[in-house]
Design a protein around this ligand. Sequence first.
Ligand SMILES: Nc1ncnc2c1ncn2[C@@H]1O[C@H](COP(=O)(O)OP(=O)(O)OP(=O)(O)O)[C@@H](O)[C@H]1O
Length: 941
Amino acid sequence: MPEKIHTKFGDDSKPSAQVSSDTRQLDESAKKSSKTGHDPSKSPKANGIKRFPDGTPKLSSSEDSSSVLEGAKKEKPNSTSGASTNGNSNNLQGHNTTGAGKLNSGYLNMGQSSNKRPKLNGIMNSKPQYYQPSRQDLQKVAKKLDENRKKLPIWLKKADIRWLLRLNDVLLINGETGSGKSTQVPQFLYTEPWCERKKVTIKNKDGIDEEIAVGGMIAITQPRRVAATTLAHRVAAEMGCAITKNGEPGKVGYSVRFDTVVPVGTKIKFVTEGTLLQEMLIDPNLRKYSAVIIDEIHERSVDVDLITGFLRQLVHSNKEGRGGIPLKVIIMSATYDLGGTEAFFAKPETQPTYKPGQNYGRVIAPHMRERMTPEQIAKYEVKKDLEAKQKAEKESADASRRSSLESFSSWSGFSDTNEGENKDKPLSEEQTNSVKIKAMNGDKPAETVEEAKKAEPTKPKSVPGIPDGDIAENGVQDVYVRGRQYPVEVFYELTPTQDYVDNILRTILHQNMTEPLPGDFLVFLTGQDDIEALTAQLEHYKEKIVKQVPRLQIMPLYGSLPAQAQQAVFEPVTAKFTRKIVLSTNIAETSVTVPGVRVVIDCGKSKVKQFRPRLGMESLLSKPISKVSAIQRAGRAGREAAGKCFRAYTVEDFLNLVPDELPEILRSDVIEAVLKMKARGVDDVLSFPLMDSPDILAMEKALLQLHMMNALDGEGKLTETGKKMAHYPLPAAYGRVLIAAVDSQADCLLEAIDIISCLTTDSEIYLQPKSEDQSEAIEENRSDIYRREGDVMTLLTTMQRYAAEATDRNSWCEKRLISPRAMKMALNIRRQLRQVCSKQKLLKDMPAPDPQPFEPISPEKAEVLLKTFLKAFGTKTAVLSPDGSYSMSYGRHPIAIHPSSVLHGRKVEAIMFLDHVFTSKNYAKKVSAIQADWILEALEA
Ligand SMILES: Nc1ncnc2c1ncn2[C@@H]1O[C@H](COP(=O)(O)OP(=O)(O)OP(=O)(O)O)[C@@H](O)[C@H]1O
């Protein structure tokens, strides 16, 4: 075990040497170790966890039920209520220190009556039934969780948050990881008077008065679907309601791509950024909503940058489209320079010299001092002094509004603010630190300490009855939530390590011997390949673990894993004397609470999308993470109890990390962004104000590409084709394929839908064989789906044969090592796309229901279909060179066919590829064989 040095999470002090050990004699020390204080003799079960081919953990029926029931007895001997017994699937809480983690809003009962404890992880049962816990059960759960909610640091700010949002339309909340932002803020707000649904009269597009309803719901965005769904379930449980698809009313819902559950009466809706963006294109005024909360803004996806751009427009508009009703905007993050966001949302007249478009890396949030340079810290100190003085002056006003916390929800005016009350109360440390570095001089951060000293604080405007400064002159208020519920100790390597996977393996095995139970581990790795490599090693070692040491349950978590396998990670370990080891990509980096986790192990790297303008393509590269990511990762520990974070790199490496990730919009293909801006009515996309404007060259390239796809006309205006493309819940190129497929000559819409459905599932359709022998058998079994034209036609055949299967689709998949869950999702997407196309009158008649007899596509039709794809992917083509290599038709760069393609090793005249990856070389994925002259034909048409 390498030596470690450790610091407290968020601590600025220099780290000191602390732990020393040696894992070279791991097995020996394991034998000696019995430090965990548990009695292993009472947990004699086998520790292996079997998996289905798609990676889903498989529980044997005996393990599944008996251990759960034992656990249930132990936890609540006499309880039969659903509230205390329901720990079923889709419950994304699990065990926690409140004891309420196993309690859930209830969702799936895998075939048990409601007065019995449902199986905890029933994901293997084939016929799930909806389990609906009673209202009393739900209330009991909520009551239990309530105790914990009130201990969250954000509760001290509840009154401030509500008060400030009554007075201002934009609020920035900077609070440390785990302080309670995502779960509590929407709950603080949904009962506010401004959140009621209101009837207003607006002029419709024909100039006629029309009565419409505005508001009534809060949307809260999350960067990833796993965060959106887990948080929705958590908040529903805290509010005592269920999220079900069976028509039951509720207060909380979620909407992620191809999966929306919004019960009647929903007040809080968790959405992915992409979903909200899509809603904004259909309803530019967001009339459904009273407020939009942008959570985890630091991730700065392209979608979030577009959303903030559109929200800014809405906030500064005359709000006619909403009948004059403002939309409240709340922006939250634990690790982000909200000073830049403040400048972006501020009323333009208050900062005439500010120009949006260059916010990246300019201002720093206060509790993130560990990422500051000495000069920045000096600036921070100066600014802090100024603001502390200012704060002291308005102490009495602050204290008085805090004192009215309990009366807020029934409050209907300003008069009940007890002025003068608590006047003499000294400022708490939390209050005095409630400052943040702002854009000095109104427009840009101070460059030097002297400049910062000279900077005048903004003079607050006086309004009778309202404490000075509560109405922000620039329209943007901020709240800083200091502290987290539980501390996290951070450990570093003393010397750099070459092989971080090996290093992490040692750390896991060592910590497993010393860390007490309960205490699961969450390990951050770069991607699926690292996760699989470490899983294999851990599976090997875990067989050798002596019985005094906790057994390991290894669980992967990455984006392309089936949703239910992802959800299994959020369930408690049911096997006795066993520790859950979650091996994750950065999918679990923000927003997510993985119940049970006490220890985080961070490899310090992640795969980052990088647009290579020269190639005109994106690649995924493994790179060191930013400080922000490191802080977020550490923040996944210490959520239910004190935690630890082991960074597999040195403190110097940490200090050398870049503070922030470059916003995605500055490093990716902006074709989707440009299309969405056009669809939102932005004519001049080059000068539309965004927090950070993409490179002009990248924008021009995107405009050209959209023009080539016929989405934009010669003037740069959105065509009918472009409009349709923007409204599909699909990447622009796939939308283009659908439209081309309707063409009377092509007439292959249903086939195009089949292929696109397979291409847009969250997880891989074809699973990887685990051995040479299996590989041969699978090749043989897949012979009925492989097509010589390549991967696109193979996908079509896969979908058609699967849909035609009338007896047992699961065993059909198993035989071919195809993920049944991915196919189910593809079928679901196919159904939804057929409906969208039918609504758009692209599809005249709905096809007959499955199963229909399989009819292989003719070579002529295959050619038509490939030419249809070329309309969107004409620039993603390559031709065979005399030396047998492929050279891209756009840019002439060399490219090779990826080993995962059915065309791997084949030499054909030309290829079209839908995807590409840059690893050791430039690889084309999802490849089809085409003729060289089709390329010109497609691009000219
Ligand atoms: N699914 C869950 N299961 C168990 N506890 C949870 C769950 N979700 C939230 N919590 C509890 O609520 C606390 C606050 O979580 P929340 O996500 O609101 O914090 P946050 O401030 O948004 O954190 P972050 O910035 O890291 O996303 C957690 O620390 C944890 O104690």
